[in-house]
Ligand binder design. Structure first.
Ligand code: ADP
Ligand code: MG
Length: 323
């Protein structure tokens, strides 16, 4: 329902967003991720026309954003920022009701909405609605920032690194709240982060950007299982310290570390067995036979094959460290 068609944003001859084409589905939790300066904020702000695009189209439900009345567009797109943009001297309720007031909702409807929203983020309405923003903790303020974006029931919510200034515990609880709210109210969320763990935890799909361009779009699983290129691979390795695709016997076979001649062996593994298991088997036996999948061939892997494979990997990773 939000469609980018060959979108460019140019500042003085420099493309900060370049040939950007993709479609964000209705009800999707869509994450834009990339290093600092990769064009995430610019892309997000072009959706609600806080930034004008230089070339191309952005359509919402088929209609180019330039055809929308600007006020209507902004009212119907919620926006949450990292640095809390609440009014510190106004109460929680007044902050939440800014857009509903402009839309001239009835007192009764506004009252119900405040109660519903505060309860949805576990803040007791009676305790919180009349407090001033300046009397709240950072985490509470950010909760108000989130529900305020939802207040007038927009279809789309844009969030620009909304949780990056919060401590890890507050952050993770707000992430859960936002996911719950998004599912409950069936909103389309476009969420910017530079944190791969956050992207994996929240995104239905993730778009990885670099220098204004799309490197890869897909589910977390797609991207983790099949990184499109070296940039993506590198980004995953730095961004997810615990991410490491486990090597399996098939990787050795693909790299040519095996014997064709069968050897007498009482150890058997499959091509999908982890290398760790192979190592354990080879500590006991000279050779292991690998029964195989489609081609029904049986390979043999010897201790020497394993050592040569590991040596080759060690050399490759050392070269990677020096880069
Ligand atoms: P991100 O949110 O991914 O960190 P931004 O979208 O904020 O990146 O910025 C992308 C690039 O555009 C950066 O190199 C930034 O310096 C540049 N940029 C942003 N705003 C302007 C501007 N008003 N004039 C010139 N360059 C800008
Ligand atoms: Mg940014």
């Amino acid at each position: 329902m939000i469609r980018f068609e060959k979108v460019y944003k140019r500042y003085n001859d420099t493309d900060v967003v370049s040939n950007f084409t993709l479609e964000i589905k209705k009800g999707e939790f869509f994450v834009l991720i990339g290093p600092s300066g990769s064009g995430k904020t610019t892309t997000l702000k072009m959706i609600n026309q806080l930034i004008d695009l230089t070339q191309g189209y952005i359509r919402i439900e088929g209609k180019p954003i330039s055809d929308f009345n600007l006020q209507e567009l902004r009212w119907n797109i919620g926006y949450v920022l990292q640095q809390i943009a609440l009014f510190p001297n106004m109460t929680v309720e007044e902050n939440i009701l800014i857009v509903p007031e402009m839309k001239k909702w009835s007192k009764e409807k506004m009252n119900e909405r405040v109660v519903e929203l505060l309860e949805s983020v576990n803040l007791d309405p009676e305790k919180y609605r009349n407090r001033r923003i300046s009397e709240l903790s950072g985490g509470e303020q950010q909760r108000i920032g989130v529900v305020r974006a939802l207040a007038a029931d927009p279809d789309i919510i844009l969030m620009d690194e909304p949780f990056s200034a919060l401590d890890p515990i507050t952050r993770s609880s707000l992430q859960q709240d936002v996911l719950k709210l998004q599912r409950k109210f069936e909103k389309t969320v476009v969420f910017v982060t530079h944190d791969m763990q956050e992207a994996v935890d929240l995104g239905d799909r993730i778009c990885l950007m670099n220098k204004g361009r799309i490197e890869q779009v897909g589910t977390a699983e797609d991207i983790l299982e099949h990184p499109a290129n070296d940039f993506v691979q590198q980004f995953l390795q730095t961004g997810l310290p615990h991410y490491q695709k486990e090597s399996v016997v098939q990787d050795m076979i693909d790299a040519g570390y095996y014997q064709n001649e069968p050897q007498a062996s009482s150890a058997h593994l499959t091509s999908q067995s982890p290398i760790k298991e192979l190592t354990i088997s080879l500590s006991e036996y000279e050779a292991v036979s690998i029964s195989n999948q489609p081609d029904t061939k049986t390979y043999t892997i010897t201790r020497a094959d394993l050592i040569h494979f590991l040596a080759q990997e060690a050399v490759a990773s050392k070269a990677g460290d020096q880069r």
